[in-house]
Design a binder for this molecule. Structure first.
Ligand code: HEM
Length: 214
């Protein structure tokens, strides 16, 4: 019995001291609160709207990357943060929504004709919108009721869309900057490594037959 428990523990990985999930949301929203504070106190530089828009987009991408890091952390380093994945994934969506809201309200002044023209004419806006649309079903189904209704396998299949969201977000960032500064390339390299790791792992698992327990 004890052996079984420790084997299960090893499989689950090394869990850090349990932090309530609400703490993840509280810490996760600190950048947004800080940005809001700096905005209302006029400390966001010469172009506060652009600063806010860019910072929120960047935080969305960081949380997306953090979400994708949870599985490799468990598989490679035996660090189990699975319990927090949903909260971090939802933070990605909230930051992307705030980023979109800044664009719609502050950047475009809710001028829907101009917004539509932007979506059609500027490829980085098209990619950004597509990426956001991919995030929506992921956020909407990030709850236990959806897992139960869809069934584990279908839910997991749907949530593979996160890989497309990561590619979309990295490409969107590369397209925004137009030249080749290091920052978007570093983010693109991180996304490529995280997706490449999954691809290699799934290929290995297909090629190497599973060892069955006697
Ligand atoms: C919802 C549709 C989206 C729209 C309309 C949109 C629009 C924009 C705009 C206007 C900018 C600033 C461009 C500039 O500096 O001139 C920007 C930058 C950025 N966006 Fe988006 N975006 C969207 C979705 C997303 C999503 C889903 C992510 C990530 C998950 C994201 C990540 C970024 C990043 C990382 C930047 C660059 C920040 C920087 O320059 O430091 N965006 N986006």
């Amino acid at each position: 019995m004890a052996g079984q428990a420790s084997a299960q523990g090893a499989k689950r990985g090394f869990a850090l001291p349990q932090v309530p999930k609400i703490a993840i949301y509280i810490v996760g929203f600190i950048p947004a609160v800080l940005l809001f504070y700096l905005g209302v106190t006029n400390q966001l530089g010469a172009d506060p709207m652009r600063y806010l828009e860019q910072a929120l987009g960047l935080w969305a991408l960081r949380f997306l990357i953090a979400t994708l890091t949870i599985s490799p952390l468990r598989q490679i380093f035996n660090i189990n943060l699975l319990r927090y994945r949903r909260a971090i994934g939802l933070l990605t969506f909230y930051y992307a929504a705030l980023h979109l809201l800044t664009y719609l309200v502050l950047d475009q002044g809710l001028d829907f004709e101009a917004i539509w023209a932007d979506i059609v004419k500027r490829p980085y806006i098209t990619v950004g919108m597509a990426t956001f649309l991919v995030l929506v079903p992921l956020a909407v189904t990030s709850n236990n009721v959806s897992i139960r209704r869809l069934g584990g396998q279908a839910w997991a299949r749907l949530h593979r869309l996160v890989y497309f969201a990561a590619i979309g977000a990295a490409v969107h960032f590369l397209m925004v900057v137009k030249s080749w500064p290091p920052e978007p390339m570093v983010y693109a390299a991180i996304v490529t490594s995280l997706l490449g790791y999954r691809l290699v792992r799934s290929l290995i698992r297909k090629i190497v037959p599973k060892r069955r327990a006697a």
